[in-house]
Ligand binder design. Structure first.
Ligand SMILES: [Fe+2]
Length: 367
């Protein structure tokens, strides 16, 4: 068995672990990128811990980060010669911080790296990640998903040196997460665990993590959303972390491949996109991954993959996520853009090689 395993340098998981952040930072100035929801907590808890360090706080990360958000963060980081960058929030705050840390000391613009005109030569500034949603896995992965509104392009900047120097996953940060965000990010986490498990690049180590992730999320997501039960939210945060550790090795699949251009074009939140696409794509994939899907189904207390897919649809309905793209205005004229822009790394690790007409058929099912 050949198996390569790469993760952030240090991962801390557990309630109150966020309070260890300041002691983990190297000497020097600090750039903090936070979601607007996290601004007050950063001001009350983190900034006093920074002592005499100079810092700047940018606390208005867009839900889907744009190149201009990263460019602004880079300019602020350069202005204070930041030694470290902290991403404190959902996936977008973390992805902006991750990219700013990687590019801040390099020539050129973020667009140069996004479009491949320049290559990242090596490690950037110290980068710490604190997720406040349980789902995206951005604190674990070495890539950042960005979009360029001018071209409609949504893709990753990726480099093996973009792993966090420290990821502090404190489930308490998810306790006051709005219900709709918990539902969407939780479904993203479930999708990531499942796509990792059936990925063509899965290995025994990623499989063990992905199965455990799927079990935690599948059994606890409904309680985490509806009852705001802290024990359920801790389980979903744990599942999200394990799933991200898995897919950082194995890659994802067609839900993420198709979801990125579709979400970017129609402004569908990423977790909602995953929830709509997942059951349909699992049915398409099933002939090419029945053994793995049966193992997954049995782990999640289902007899067959078909039963599991129905239960995933029931969970989706139960946490009030939609089952099609009707409300987002998906039309036949959008198909060409989605088909043309979905051939990312995620599509290459999908268990079934989907042709362009098959992708069109999937989209037709979901109109
Ligand atoms: Fe995702």
């Amino acid at each position: 068995m050949n198996c390569e395993f790469k993760l952030p340098a240090e991962i801390l998981f557990g309630c109150k672990e966020r309070r260890k952040l300041a002691e983990k930072l190297p000497p020097g100035n600090v750039l903090i990128i936070a979601g607007s929801h996290s601004k007050q907590r950063v001001e009350n808890e983190l900034i006093p811990d920074l002592g005499k360090r100079e810092f700047r706080l940018i606390a208005n990360a867009h839900p889907e980060p744009r190149l201009s958000d990263v460019q602004f963060a880079i300019s602020v980081g350069r202005e204070i010669t930041a030694a470290s960058v902290i991403g404190y929030g959902g996936g977008s705050a973390i992805d902006i911080a991750k990219t700013a840390a990687a590019l801040m000391h390099l020539d050129g613009t973020v667009a140069d790296y996004f479009y491949g005109r320049k290559k990242i030569p090596g490690k950037g500034s110290f980068f710490a990640a604190l997720p406040t949603t349980a789902g995206t896995g951005a604190e674990i992965t070495p890539n950042a998903v960005l979009s360029d509104p001018e071209t409609g392009s949504k893709q990753s900047i990726r480099h093996e040196t973009m792993f966090a120097d420290v990821a502090l996953i404190d489930p308490e940060l998810t306790f006051d997460c709005p219900v709709n965000v918990s539902a969407g990010s939780g479904f993203d986490a479930l999708t990531q665990a499942i796509e990792s498990f059936i990925s063509q690049k899965a290995n025994p180590a990623s499989d063990a993590l992905a199965l455990s992730a799927a079990k935690n999320i599948f059994s606890e997501l409904s309680a985490a959303v509806h009852d705001s039960m802290n024990s359920a939210r801790i389980a979903v945060a744990k599942g999200s972390m394990l799933g991200a550790m898995a897919f950082a090795q194995s890659g994802l699949g067609a839900v993420h491949g198709i979801g990125h251009p579709l979400g970017s074009l129609l402004h569908v939140p990423h977790g909602v996109c995953c929830a709509i696409l997942l059951p349909t794509i699992l049915r398409w994939n099933l002939p090419d991954c029945r053994t793995k899907m049966t193992e997954l189904a049995n782990t999640l207390s289902c007899e067959t993959p078909e039963e599991l897919i129905v239960k995933i649809e029931t969970l989706r309905e139960n946490i009030c996520l939609p089952s099609n793209f009707r409300a987002f205005g998906l039309r036949v004229e959008h198909f060409a853009f989605i088909v043309e822009n979905c051939r990312s790394g995620s599509m290459k690790s999908n268990p079934r090689d989907l042709t362009d007409p098959e992708i069109t058929a999937i989209l037709e099912e979901l109109m």
